[in-house]
Design a protein around this ligand. Structure first.
Ligand SMILES: [Zn+2]
Length: 70
């Protein structure tokens, strides 16, 4: 394998390993037309606009679901 090809492969692997900030919009299961936003920042901190998350500081079901996908 040529050096260039090896480098290309390495770059691809690094890209796939490093997970950057991401955002999801999740429809509410109880209120139609309502959406919650789940975010993960560059430092790996999760947040959600769902009241349960904001008041109880506990991971809500949206964060749990997004973590599986992330
Ligand atoms: Zn949530």
């Amino acid at each position: 394998m040529e050096n260039e090809q090896v480098q290309e492969l390495l770059n691809k692997l690094i890209k796939e390993t490093l997970k950057g900030p991401k955002e999801w919009t999740i429809p509410s299961s109880s209120e139609e037309g309502k959406y919650y936003t789940v975010k993960v920042d560059a430092t790996g901190k999760w947040s959600c606009t769902y009241p349960q998350f904001i008041y109880r500081k506990k991971e809500c079901k949206h964060i749990v679901a997004c973590k599986k996908e992330y």
